[in-house]
Design a protein around this ligand. Structure first.
Ligand SMILES: N[C@@H](CCC(=O)N[C@@H](CS)C(=O)NCC(=O)O)C(=O)O
Length: 222
């Protein structure tokens, strides 16, 4: 079986997505922390860029007797894990149902997350001299706008989890995005379905193990 090493950062929501899928599938993995802030960000160092020229986490290194393969882009990694380890399934079998799960995945992956990424905030500050409060308001606005649509979509698909009663890739994307929303003080009472999806997921040991605060590189409470 392949051996996995996940390069990521404890508070990175894109890394949280991959941890959630690895944990839900019961796959062992080693962790190599990449500090996104310290010293300007380890993701920007030449050594890390050699691993991922996009200078982002996560990266999953897949090692087997045939050698090592480096995978980046969390959704591509999730799709790989689903194909390589089909059980427990994180996509339904029906083609329309699969597309609807992927619709939620992309709603977060391309519709919300890129607008509130660290590099966007750093660029706002560098170009327009915004302060931390302004950057957080920016993140809050874009997450709120995305959640207005995702709340409606999820209210049509959710059971216990985002799509029906079993966790899917949609939960692997939505739950980390709700984590970010809480971090940026989004008014979550406007999004009761998303809150319920978060609570259902965080009741599962897999999501608890994948949570940012449970990671070896998370700051320890003093
Ligand atoms: N589309 C990418 C996004 C990855 C991404 O943006 N990761 C963030 C952390 S959540 C990052 O590494 N940011 C580094 C930066 O902004 O400099 C994926 O899904 O893997």
């Amino acid at each position: 079986m392949a051996r996995y090493t996940l390069h990521g950062y404890w508070r990175s929501s894109a890394t949280f997505r991959v941890r959630a899928a690895l944990e839900l599938k019961g796959l062992p993995y080693a962790v190599t922390p990449v500090h996104l802030v310290q010293g300007g960000g380890e993701q920007l160092l030449p050594g890390y860029r050699a691993l991922n020229p996009m200078a982002e986490v996560p990266v999953l290194v897949v090692a087997s007797d045939a050698g090592e393969t480096v995978l980046a882009q969390s959704v591509a990694i999730l799709e790989y894990l689903e194909e390589a380890h089909p059980e427990p399934a994180l996509l339904p079998t029906d083609p329309i149902a699969r597309a609807r799960v992927r619709q939620l995945v992309e709603g977060v992956n391309s519709g919300v997350h890129p607008l509130q990424n660290l590099k966007v905030m750093k660029t706002l500050t560098a170009r327009f001299q915004t302060d931390q409060a302004a950057n957080e308001a920016w993140a809050r606005d874009w997450i709120t706008r995305g959640f207005e649509g995702l709340e409606v979509l999820c209210s049509r698909t959710a059971g216990i989890h985002a799509f029906g009663d079993a966790p899917t890739l949609a939960d692997c994307l939505l739950v980390p995005q709700v984590y970010n929303a809480r971090r940026f003080a989004v008014a979550m009472e406007r999004f009761p379905t998303l809150v319920r999806i978060w609570e259902s997921a965080m009741a599962l040991p897999a999501f608890q193990r994948a949570a940012p605060e449970a990671q070896p590189d998370a700051p320890r409470p003093s």
